[in-house]
Design a protein around this ligand. Structure first.
Ligand SMILES: C[S@@+](CC[C@H](N)C(=O)[O-])C[C@H]1O[C@@H](n2cnc3c(N)ncnc32)[C@H](O)[C@@H]1O
Length: 376
């Protein structure tokens, strides 16, 4: 049994939040875009699993041959903005549990990449007696296996989601989470240095050309200021400029935020099984994917003011029954201090030395990447 999420009202609020602040989640997109980039991207067919209203697909659509948006929520797909939304063949309303069957039935080339952003945790088993962890792991494994089967030879799987990181084992019981996360990232330093991506200025410019309001290029330059890009850009370069920890609360970000805030205050609630980093790594290894990368990475959300951050978080997750339509109205709203308090307690909110994006809310995602063998 599953709980229906992203019904009409929740979708409206999610869509409005991203339409007014499309730049907020760009740090989630940047590593993903580097993982996806190839100089023949315009010849590629992509599938965006649980595409929602198309936050990612809208960026990729003009740059690829075809992108197919898949989601179980008809209101999410109805809110989709891009060109493909006018073509029914590129929009598939189906539960991800059945998506592989439906995708094999439609006329399409085998996908060069299957991507799933911020949605794997919606795939779980059980609920009456609580979420069944073993069943949910098995479900996620089985579906990832089907997605890999669908991929073209050499195709890429990119899963990005909230996850339980592989925290260092020693001192595990006594150390605060924030210290464990710091040690986690220290342990990733070499891996991040080794992972170097092509920096193609033409590609970066084209992202801005089609979606200027995301300001991807501007945010990338801000992220990479003072770095030489001629030889490519490493995950370490992006990590170094993150301005992330420091005032981070002692919480497992953003898992505890979902479990304590979204589950209790969102109009649709929130039931989830957050995969563990280890589970996903073992899955991709077992499925024989190559050139693996599985890691957590800081993806802070950026805003033009603190009030905008509070408004965005409230509306994206539909916290509180009545929507606040205009970010300017949030300061006077009785929920302002409550939501601000939740952000401080579970995520952390910081001022930034940036003239435009002055405020950041800490966020962190797992990026899992693997390539199918070219022999299929
Ligand atoms: C947090 S949103 C992410 C949407 C989009 N990928 C993004 O990053 O903006 C989660 C999406 O997963 C979809 N979803 C949840 N459970 C699903 C399921 N079982 N099958 C297909 N889609 C699902 C929801 O409808 C929603 O659009």
């Amino acid at each position: 049994m599953t709980v229906q999420t992203f019904r009409e009202e929740r979708t409206k609020r999610f869509d409005r939040a991203l339409s007014i602040c499309p730049y907020a989640r760009v740090r989630e997109l940047i590593p993903l875009l580097f993982l996806l980039y190839r100089d023949n991207l315009q010849d590629c067919t992509l599938v965006d699993l649980a595409s929602g209203n198309g936050y990612l697909a809208d960026v990729l659509e003009p740059l690829v041959k075809r992108i197919i948006r898949v989601d179980s929520s008809s209101s999410m797909l109805a809110a989709c903005h891009g060109e493909a939304c006018h073509s029914e063949t590129n929009v598939v309303t189906v539960d991800l549990r059945e998506a592989h069957t439906k995708l094999s039935d439609i006329e399409m080339e085998r996908p060069d990449a299957m991507i799933c952003l911020a949605a794997l945790h919606h795939l779980y088993e059980g609920i009456g007696e609580g979420v069944d962890s073993a069943g949910s792991e098995a479900l996620q494994y089985g579906l990832i296996q089907e997605w890999v089967k669908l991929l073209a030879p050499g195709g890429r799987l990119i899963l990005v989601d909230v996850c339980i990181p592989d925290l260092p084992l020693s001192h595990q019981s006594t150390e605060p989470f924030s210290t464990k996360m710091d040690r986690y990232y220290e342990g990733r330093e070499e891996l991040f240095k080794e992972r170097i991506f092509t920096y193609d200025p033409g590609f970066i410019r084209s992202l801005d050309e089609y979606q200027p309001e995301y300001s991807i290029n501007q945010q990338l330059q801000d992220l990479l200021s003072n770095r030489t890009l001629a030889n490519g850009i490493s995950l370490h370069d992006m990590f170094e400029a993150r301005h992330f920890r420091g005032t981070t609360p002692d919480r497992l970000i953003p898992v505890e935020f979902f479990n304590n805030v979204v589950a209790n205050y969102s109009i649709d609630g929130h039931v989830a099984f957050f995969p563990s980093e280890e589970q996903i790594r073992l899955t991709l290894e077992a499925l024989g994917l190559k050139n693996l990368l599985v890691t957590c990475f800081p993806t802070p959300w950026l805003f033009k003011s603190e009030a905008e951050a509070v408004w965005f978080v409230r509306e994206l997750f539909a916290l509180g029954t009545e929507p606040v339509l205009d970010p300017a109205e949030i300061i006077e709203h009785p929920d302002y201090e409550l939501i601000r308090g939740f952000i401080e307690e579970f995520l952390g909110i910081d001022k930034r030395a940036n003239p435009v994006y002055t405020t950041q809310v800490n966020w962190q995602l797992m990026f899992a990447y693997g390539e199918k063998s070219t022999s299929g």
